[in-house]
Design a protein around this ligand. Structure first.
Ligand code: FAD
Length: 309
């Protein structure tokens, strides 16, 4: 195998050794490893900030809503210390990837060729780029709506049973009061919906508020509510998922394309924030050295790794 090209900083490149799609935990994990190894790369993200889904939003009443249990600050710290910011392009959406030609086309029409690509774009998108959408039809997903609710006063005693509730509209309820302004408390609920259903946000909010009240966890009316829908859908395990993923992965990695992370990898049990970060680094090693990817395939038998060069 030829050695990967070394860094060649300069203007916007026509080609790179590694194209990294997404500046969330997966993409930053890949970038940090590439930086450490001194290999040429470019990270692009359609969003205008780094961190991916791990982000916090502060509303006009001073409540902060932090999904994915993170403020986003840790990803800025990682990017500042471990990634070359000149190799990071925000606001650049990859519209299409020609996997056979190893070329990505951006929404503004520019193109870039690469030798390897580590992508955290949703897997169904990657499959449509690969002309293999049918391979993903057996994968199942759900949508997530995060609902924040802020209240005046102290955290009520009833919140403890609401947090442990088994029959509630939320899949998870988190006490986020430490991010509420002084003299207030707050919760963040995550509601799951079948992948294709439209979400009635107003109804979802009132179901959360109603359930909190029923648990004695909302003795006063909410002073603020906040919602954020996570779309496209989040993957969920199914019986034949890993077998399907191995087939898909063999097809994509044979063309130097590593689809990883929460939405790119479809193994949520391996894609919490730390797992996603590790997956990014390991995808780089797998691409250049054929190393097995322990983080991505955790809990599943690993496929035979072949050179993707
Ligand atoms: C509701 C919710 C709650 C969660 N809670 C937790 C938690 O408590 N703890 C925990 O550890 N994890 C949690 N997670 C999981 C965590 O968010 C993920 O593990 C992590 O965000 C995965 O990182 P990623 O880089 O793979 O993907 P993402 O964070 O989704 O980042 C992918 C990036 O790729 C970019 N992108 C996608 N397509 C393109 C394209 N075509 N062109 C350019 N850029 C593109 C996106 O803009 C995005 O920035 C939660 C996730 C959700 C949805």
């Amino acid at each position: 195998m030829t050695q990967p090209a070394a860094h060649s900083p300069g203007a916007h490149p026509d080609s790179v050794e590694f194209l990294v799609i997404g500046a969330g935990p997966t993409g930053l994990g890949a970038a940090a490893r590439l930086e450490q190894r001194g290999i040429d790369y470019l990270v692009v993200d359609s969003a205008d900030r780094i961190g991916g889904a791990a982000a916090a939003h502060t509303d006009d009443r001073g409540f902060t809503w932090s999904v994915a249990g993170a403020s986003g600050a840790q990803w800025h710290a990682i990017a500042d210390r471990l990634v070359d910011v000149d190799r990071l392009r925000l606001g650049m959406r990859v519209a299409h990837v020609d996997l056979a030609r190893r070329t990505a086309i951006f929404a503004d029409g520019r193109a870039i060729s690469y030798r390897f690509c580590v992508s955290s774009a949703p897997l169904p998108t990657a499959l449509s780029w690969a002309g293999a959408r049918d391979l993903g039809t057996g994968l199942r997903a759900h949508r997530v709506l995060a609902v924040g609710a802020g209240f005046r006063g102290r955290v009520p005693a009833g919140l403890a049973s609401a947090l442990d509730a088994e029959h509630a509209p939320w899949a998870r309820l988190v006490d986020s009061s430490e991010l509420a302004p002084a003299g207030h408390w707050s919760v963040l609920a995550e509601l799951r919906f079948p992948g294709r259903d439209d979400i009635d946000t107003a109804r979802a909010v009132s179901s959360v508020l109603g359930a909190l009240e029923a648990y004695g966890a909302a003795p006063t009316p909410a002073v603020t509510t906040w919602t954020r829908e996570f779309s496209p859908a989040c993957p969920e395990p199914s019986d034949d998922r890993d077998e399907l993923l191995r087939t898909i992965d063999a097809r994509l990695t044979a063309r130097g394309f590593f689809s990883r992370g929460l939405l790119g990898g479809w193994r949520p049990e391996a894609s919490d924030l730390g797992g996603a970060y590790r997956q990014g680094g390991e995808a780089v090693e797998a691409a250049i050295a054929g190393t097995a990817e322990a983080a991505y395939w955790v809990g599943a038998s690993q496929p035979e790794t072949e050179s993707a060069a």
